[in-house]
Ligand binder design. Structure first.
Ligand code: AHG
Ligand code: MN
Ligand code: MN
Length: 294
């Protein structure tokens, strides 16, 4: 990471870790659907908007953060006194406050995804200076990625305790998870899925929260895709809040990301809520996918 951003990034990651237990404690009473939809047209749960407000409040207070955007609000919020001027050292935060929040109803895994850019939003993956996610599983863990690599922490008490440094994808992959309805997959992606399924070293792991599935790929090696669909040519996941930070984390861990033809981090940002096909995992599996979709 450029040293000018080291302090700002640490403050952002520490703040996200500090909020993890607070968010966890707030979940039991906020599993109900609200009457509101988010900018992607999805029904919000009380927990989605609660977490969004909390992150805006606490991250917006940090000196280095000049812009805050989330999957749950239409426009980015300017959080400093300097208007819309973007100065050296300024950072923008783009958040998926709760990824996989529909899993709350069935009490399954979900998480928070954080992207930190040194450019105004919407920004390119090339402008990322760091990314992280919190995983609300049986225990609360956090993965961070910056130019020093990928680190896994325990954050049960709101502080970051290192579990694993220099996290890299295992060389022998063993899990795959593909989103979207199977009949809605384009034929070339369905062919790729057949190829992966025919490999007897690979087993299906799909949980309906990208963060849970991504953490399995980081732990066991493998591939996660939410592909382009016949009914949705850009898939479901959003570039600023989901595709870019997850692509950055997996690439920092020695893997590859792809929108089907090249790195997700090279996709041109055109809209805060734009969607992108997401394919991430071990290099060989993502290269085979790009060949299949070519
Ligand atoms: P979010 O809860 O932030 O809207 O994200 C849900 C995403 C992602 O986490 C997951 O991989 C995918 O949607 C699940 O979609 P399906 O329900 O279509 O499998
Ligand atoms: Mn999400
Ligand atoms: Mn979400």
């Amino acid at each position: 990471m450029a040293t000018e951003h080291a302090e700002g990034l640490t403050e952002i990651f520490d703040t996200v870790a500090a909020l993890a237990p607070e968010i966890r404690e707030a979940l039991p009473g906020r599993r109900v659907k609200s009457d509101e939809t988010n900018p992607s047209g999805e029904t919000q749960l009380a927990a989605d908007s609660y977490a969004d407000e909390l992150f805006l409040d606490r991250l917006g207070d940090l000196d280095g953060v000049v812009e805050y955007a989330s999957e749950e609000r239409t426009k980015a919020v300017h959080t400093d006194d300097d208007g819309q001027n973007y100065d050296a050292g300024d950072l923008s935060v783009a958040i998926d406050p709760l990824d996989g929040s529909s899993n709350l109803q069935s009490n399954n895994t979900m998480g928070t995804i954080v992207a930190v850019y040194d450019a105004p939003l919407p920004a390119s993956g090339a402008d990322l200076v760091g990314a992280a996610y919190v995983l609300f599983g049986p225990i609360t863990t956090m993965i961070t990625a910056d130019d020093e690599g990928v680190t896994e922490y325990l954050v049960d008490d709101g502080t970051r305790q290192v579990i694993r440094e220099d996290v890299t994808l295992p060389e022998e992959p063993s899990v795959y998870g593909f989103g979207g309805r199977v009949p809605d997959w384009p034929a070339d992606f369905a062919d790729y899925a057949d190829e992966v399924e025919a490999d007897d070293t690979m087993k299906l792991r799909y949980g309906g929260a990208m963060i849970g599935d991504i953490n399995q790929v980081l732990t066991y090696g493998g591939v996660f895709s939410y592909p382009a669909l016949q009914s949705a040519p850009n898939g479901k996941l959003r570039l600023q809040f989901e595709g870019n930070p997850i692509g950055f984390i997996i690439e920092s861990a020695g893997g590859r990301s792809s929108d089907g033809s090249g790195s997700i981090l090279d996709v041109e940002p055109t809209d805060l809520h734009q969607r992108v096909p997401v394919h991430v995992g071990n290099e060989g599996l993502v290269e085979r996918l790009e060949a299949a979709l070519d």
